[in-house]
Design a binder for this molecule. Structure first.
Ligand code: BES
Ligand code: MN
Ligand code: ZN
Length: 516
């Protein structure tokens, strides 16, 4: 994905020399927003004309484009609707800017200028600016790496200018823009990794990406090879890897952020945050064929995105480092393919996990929980403040929640509430599911400590309950993103195909932890 520059400046929007001015409007409001009113005046009432003719009403994501005929320095004005004012939420700002960014590109422009919409209920200038930038960057996302002829595609967006008349607001807007860029670029990075096919995005390539991220300030990487994993006893991870010719990689990234005070030389009040890290673990199956329990052919190509969790962990560590968050963060990616083959694990095989528990593999397609069992057990060794795992874990998640909610499980009420809040803020909402011990009877095995499938009913729950047996007494959250990781259609700022959903939620969670 191409990089989009963002400038924040003090100025008058009507005097802005731009390819396109993007202005927003709430549905049903007769008065124009302050910024739009100034532009309208300069244009001799052209914007009002659109409203009175009802050509443009300000409905959600509605757009109207007009040429300014030299009346103002900007060449065109793009009007975009925010929907009804009393229903307006931060996510509508993301959607409006995503829609606008697409429209700007369609018009052949490569840049636009805009300003903050009038204040939203319960949203600060920081949050609003962040949402605008997220929407614009993600709305204009495209993956064209493998297209040999690019000439027919619209040129990518290159520059956004945020114009603000009041100097007092600039600092907040700059902060929002910085956060918005970090979280949107992280999401776009995840989409890129997931869009690359599995013959490119192998476990080795994921390890190379991790090494690249370790060049960021404060980040270190460790990559465990097959023999290292053998020595440690990661029987579940290695079991899944057996069918593949691609060498598995167990990847650990560590980011040691300085506490805010420490950066200035003094010891900060957040110092003890270094003692107990936050650990994030991502399912990193670079392709899931199902193994010997082979999946049907239809849509199997989507299983190239079965490494979304791992990609989100990479992107989140990178974003934390770029934002210099005062946190101690560890990312863990058990990375392997799940393939059938002469040496592949078979239904009935028993694996000994890193935690020492034995698992009867009744279905080799339930591989995510196997690699995560070892990933989570490894995470507990850090005695973390909290472990979060992200995984495209179950088809049942998709059945239960459809496309708009991430499945959340956890053993700590306070952390669950904080993750829920972060999801709400990020516009990547989670829905809590039960983690009740009763369901464990479905995981009982006749020959081992447990089996890796829970039979009919509650498939998302039994998968989560399986994972819970590997976190010891650490506070832990599990996010099943199989519902949201792939979109069948293009939306305002959610791309068709891999969506990267979960990334902004994780980053938002870290941002709020850093400020707690
Ligand atoms: N990666 C899949 C889950 C998945 C399915 C993600 C569709 C995204 C879209 C996972 O490894 C899997 O195959 N799960 C099985 C588990 C079953 C065998 C218990 C499933 O959900 O069918
Ligand atoms: Mn599977
Ligand atoms: Zn899978």
């Amino acid at each position: 994905m191409t990089k989009i520059d963002v400038t924040v400046k003090q100025g008058r929007i009507e005097a802005e020399r731009a390819e396109v001015l993007v202005l927003s409007h709430y549905e049903g409001e007769s008065a124009l927003e302050a910024q739009a009113a100034k532009v309208d005046q300069a244009l001799g009432g052209a914007l009002r004309g659109l409203l009175t003719s009802r050509e443009f009403q300000g409905k959600r994501n509605q757009t109207a484009l007009l040429h300014t005929q030299g009346k103002i320095p900007a060449k065109r004005v793009l009007f975009v609707g925010l929907g009804k004012k009393k229903e307006a939420r931060l996510d509508q700002v993301r959607q409006a800017l995503g829609t606008a960014a697409k429209r700007v590109c369609q018009a052949g422009a490569r840049s636009f200028s805009t300003s903050l919409p009038g204040p939203l209920p319960q949203a600060s200038a920081i949050e609003t600016a962040q949402a605008m930038i997220e929407g614009a960057i993600l709305g204009s996302y495209r993956f064209t790496e493998y297209r040999s002829n690019n000439s027919e595609e619209p040129k990518p967006l290159g520059h956004i200018t945020v114009v603000e008349p009041q100097s007092g607001k600039l600092k907040d807007i700059q902060k929002g823009v910085r956060q918005g860029r970090a979280s949107a670029e992280a999401t776009a990075y995840v989409r890129d990794l997931c869009n690359h096919p599995a013959n490119v995005m192998t476990p080795s390539r994921i390890a190379a990406e991790a090494k690249q991220i370790a060049k960021e300030r404060g980040v270190r990487v460790k990559i465990l090879e097959r023999r290292d994993a053998e020595r440690l006893g990661m029987g579940a991870f290695l079991g899944v890897a057996r069918g593949s010719h691609e060498p598995p990689k167990f990847i650990i990234l560590e980011y040691m952020g300085k506490a805010r005070g420490e950066r200035r030389g003094a010891r900060g009040k957040n110092d003890e945050k270094h003692a107990k890290p936050i650990v994030i673990v991502g399912k990193t199956i670079t392709f899931d064929t199902g193994g010997i329990s082979l999946k049907p052919a239809e849509n199997m190509e989507q299983m190239k995105a079965d490494m979304t969790g791992g990609a989100e962990v990479l992107a989140t560590v990178r974003a934390a480092a770029r934002l210099r968050l005062p946190l101690h963060l560890i990312g863990i990616l058990p990375a392997t393919e799940n393939m059938p083959g002469g040496r592949a694990i078979k239904p009935g095989d028993i694996l000994t996990t890193l935690a020492g528990k034995t698992v009867e593999v009744q279905n080799t397609d339930a591989e995510g929980r196997l690699i995560l069992a070892d990933g989570l057990a490894y995470a507990t060794r850090y005695k973390p403040a909290v472990i979060l795992d992200v995984a495209t874990l179950t088809g049942a998640c998709m059945v239960a929640l459809g496309q708009f909610a991430v499945g959340m499980f956890g053993n700590d009420e306070a952390v669950k509430r904080r993750v829920q809040q972060a999801g709400l803020k990020a516009g990547e909402r989670v829905w809590e599911m039960p983690l009740w011990e009763e369901y464990f009877e479905q995981l009982r095995s006749d020959v081992a400590d447990m089996r890796n499938i829970g039979g009919r009913g509650g498939g998302m729950i039994t998968a989560a309950l399986f994972l819970s047996k590997f976190v010891g007494d650490c506070p832990w959250i599990h996010l099943d993103i199989a519902s949201t990781d792939w979109s069948e259609r293009e939306r305002a700022y959610i791309s068709k195909g891999p969506t990267g959903i979960g990334t902004r939620l994780l980053i938002q969670y870290l941002l709020s932890e850093a400020e707690r």
